[in-house]
Write a protein that binds this ligand. Structure first.
Ligand SMILES: [Zn+2]
Length: 112
């Protein structure tokens, strides 16, 4: 696919289509020494100079091994052995407490 770039600040009938991204030399303001004062960038357009939406590939971020990584979301941690033991203790205690529904809920994980 051909890539076209044009400056949207130039009027459409004067708009020049470029093959490369960069500054529009017509609209960019330079100082007397040729330094850029106010850059005006060309944007992706179709071959007629109409701006097109930049299509960004929705790709999940991957880590160095190429495995998709959830950034910003912490993976639910596996409970440690200690935590499991503690939960079992709670479950056992709960079973001794005369609240049958609670005991069921808490003891539910014990069957593995
Ligand atoms: Zn321009």
């Amino acid at each position: 696919m051909m890539k076209n770039y044009a400056c949207l600040q130039c009027s459409p009938d004067e708009r020049t289509i470029f093959r490369h991204k960069g500054l529009c030399h017509e609209c960019t303001q330079y100082d007397s020494e040729g330094g850029v004062v106010e850059p005006v960038y060309r944007v992706r357009t179709d071959e007629y100079g109409n701006p097109i939406e930049r299509i960004r590939a929705e790709r999940p971020p991957v880590n160095r091994s190429g495995i998709p990584q959830n950034v910003g979301f912490r993976q639910p941690r596996k409970p440690t052995k200690k935590q499991l033991q503690r939960e079992e203790t709670y479950a056992r205690i709960a079973q001794e407490v005369p609240v049958p529904t609670m005991a069921e809920t808490l003891a539910g994980g014990e069957e593995e």
